[in-house]
Write a protein that binds this ligand. Structure first.
Ligand code: URA
Length: 197
C-alpha cells in the first residue's frame, strides 16, 4: 500500500528515483550498497527490465554492467540499439544479499515502483529479461522457454504497448546454445521497431 501510494506520487522519473532512494519499506535497501534505478535513455523506444541487480550493479549503481550486462550490450548492438537508445531497469532495484532470488514479498513491494517507472518512461516496447521479470510484469504463469518470443499486451496505466519476453543474458551465458532463440527474439524486436510498434 505504502509502495503504491509513494510510486503514484512521483510525477517524473527523477522524482521516482528520489522517492525510491528514501523508501524504507523494502529491507533489501539495508544490505544493498545503493539503489540501482536505471541506465540508458528514458526517451528510448525500448525498455529492458531484468530481475534484480548483482554485485557489479550494486557497486556501480547501474543495471546490467556485469558479465550479463556486457552480453546484453552486444545483443542490443546487434540490432542497432545501445544505452543511448534504450532504457534499462530491474523489477527489484536493490541487490538481494549474495545474489539470492528476491522473495515474492520483496518483489511485490517493488512492483508498484517498476510499474510507475515503465509508465513514466512510456516506451513503445517492453522487453522482459528472463522468467521472473516476465511473470511479475506480464502475469504469465508459463515458463520462459514456452512464452519467449511471443508478443503480449502491456497496460502502462496510460496506454497499451507491446511486450516481449526473452531469455535472461545470465542464462544465455550458462546455456550458450539458447542464444539462437534470443537472437530470434531480438530480430522480432528490431522488426517491430522498424514497423513503428
Ligand atoms: N541481472 C539482472 O537481472 N539485472 C541486472 O542489473 C544485472 C544482472
Amino acid at each position: 500500500m505504502a509502495a503504491r501510494e509513494a510510486a503514484q506520487r512521483a510525477a517524473t522519473l527523477d522524482e521516482l528515483r528520489a522517492l525510491l532512494a528514501n523508501f524504507e519499506g523494502c529491507a533489501l535497501r539495508v544490505t544493498a550498497t545503493q539503489l540501482v534505478f536505471a541506465d540508458g535513455n528514458p526517451q528510448g523506444r525500448v525498455m529492458f527490465v531484468g530481475e534484480a541487480p548483482g554485485y557489479e550493479e550494486d557497486i556501480s549503481g547501474r543495471p546490467f554492467v556485469g558479465r550479463s550486462g556486457k552480453l546484453l550490450d552486444r545483443m542490443m548492438g546487434a540490432i542497432g540499439l545501445d544505452r543511448t537508445s534504450a532504457y534499462i531497469a530491474n523489477v527489484v532495484p536493490w541487490r538481494p544479499p549474495g545474489n539470492r532470488t528476491p522473495t515474492p514479498q520483496e518483489t511485490a513491494i517493488c512492483l508498484p515502483f517498476i510499474r510507475r517507472q515503465i509508465e513514466l518512461a512510456d516506451p513503445d516496447i517492453l522487453v522482459c529479461l528472463g522468467g521472473p521479470a516476465m511473470q511479475t510484469l506480464l502475469g504469465i504463469k508459463e515458463g520462459i522457454t514456452r512464452a519467449r518470443g511471443r508478443w503480449f499486451p502491456y497496460d502502462t496505466g496510460t496506454r497499451q504497448i507491446k511486450a516481449l519476453a526473452t531469455f535472461h543474458p545470465a542464462f544465455l551465458l550458462r546455456s550458450p546454445l539458447q542464444k539462437r532463440f534470443a537472437w530470434r527474439d531480438f530480430l522480432a524486436l528490431k522488426h517491430a521497431l522498424a514497423a513503428g510498434a
